[in-house]
Write a protein that binds this ligand. Structure first.
Ligand code: NAP
Length: 246
């Protein structure tokens, strides 16, 4: 029996480590979006499945007995496909999702918005030099509203779109410590982020609080009803092990 871990997150890599230790047979899958991904231990397959039907074929061909969707909270397309494919084929599905930041200190002072378009519109009125940490794939939503702003954009891989001339591109990969974030944030007047949650990118939120910088946060989509969800790799590993020993 093989367990499929839909990955691309630190939690998915942690889960791979725990499953290897527990001697569970598993494969991690990555979308193949970043040029030099951090790879989990164990078997890895890179590239999409080809929609719901492609995923269903994969589940059948590889005799997948359970799926853990450990993708990023904003990888909503993959999570939807996983629910659809697993429901159709009766494959047990667990969602591993790190908790968001809505309970963290300062959260009640942030500007919470429903999506990237709302974030772009609000940021245009709030800031002259916004710091966009929304990921490469969402940047096109900010170009129109912020074309005349001196935005600072931080991405891991270069954006596929042309950025406005007034924007500054920072290409780097975290984790960033408090001093790294203080250095960037000394040059900006608003922080724009998704509610990614977890600790890996929390430094920027803390520094924004320290420096009194306004924060615009894109909310997560509501969780899919009926899918069992756990917040940590440890709990996901326990779920898998319980399944493989029964
Ligand atoms: P998405 O919009 O939800 O997915 C688009 C398509 O990419 C999916 O339909 C699927 O293609 C493929 N895909 C996504 N995740 C995959 C995975 N783990 N394994 C195999 N195929 C996958 O996803 P996204 O937001 O572009 O995220 C892509 C990857 O980056 C995910 O693994 C996610 O965990 C990671 N990531 C995303 C973010 C973010 O902010 N969105 C941040 C950090 C890391 P097919 O339909 O062909 O199967």
């Amino acid at each position: 029996m093989t367990v499929l871990v839909l990955g691309g997150t630190a939690e998915a890599r942690a889960l791979a480590g725990l499953l290897l230790e527990a001697q569970v047979r598993f494969v991690s899958s990555l979308a193949g979006r970043v040029a030099r991904p951090r790879l989990p231990v164990g078997a890895v397959q890179i590239g999409g499945f080809g929609g719901v039907n492609g995923l269903r074929s994969y589940l059948a061909e590889q005799r997948i007995v359970a799926v853990v969707d450990a993708t990023h909270p904003f990888a909503e397309g993959m999570s939807r496909n996983a629910v659809e494919a697993c429901t159709a084929d009766g494959v047990p599905l667990l969602r591993l999702e790190r908790p968001g930041w809505s309970d963290r200190p300062g959260a009640d002072t942030w500007h919470w918005v429903a999506d990237h378009d709302a974030a772009a519109a609000l940021t245009a009125t709030l800031a002259q030099r916004p710091f966009l940490t929304v990921g490469r794939q969402s940047l096109h939503r900010f170009v129109g509203p912020l074309a005349d702003h001196r935005a600072v954009v931080r991405v891991v891989d270069p954006p596929e779109i042309e950025l406005p001339e007034a924007w500054t591109l920072l290409q780097s990969r975290g984790p960033y410590d408090l001093d790294d974030e203080r250095a960037v944030m000394a040059t900006i007047d608003a922080l724009v982020t998704k509610d990614s949650g977890g600790d890996h990118t929390w430094s920027k939120m803390r520094v924004a609080g320290e420096m009194g910088i306004p924060v615009v946060v894109v909310r997560r989509a509501a969780a899919v009803a009926g899918v069992e969800t756990v917040p940590s790799a440890r709990e996901a590993a326990d779920w898998v092990v319980r399944r493989s020993t029964h």
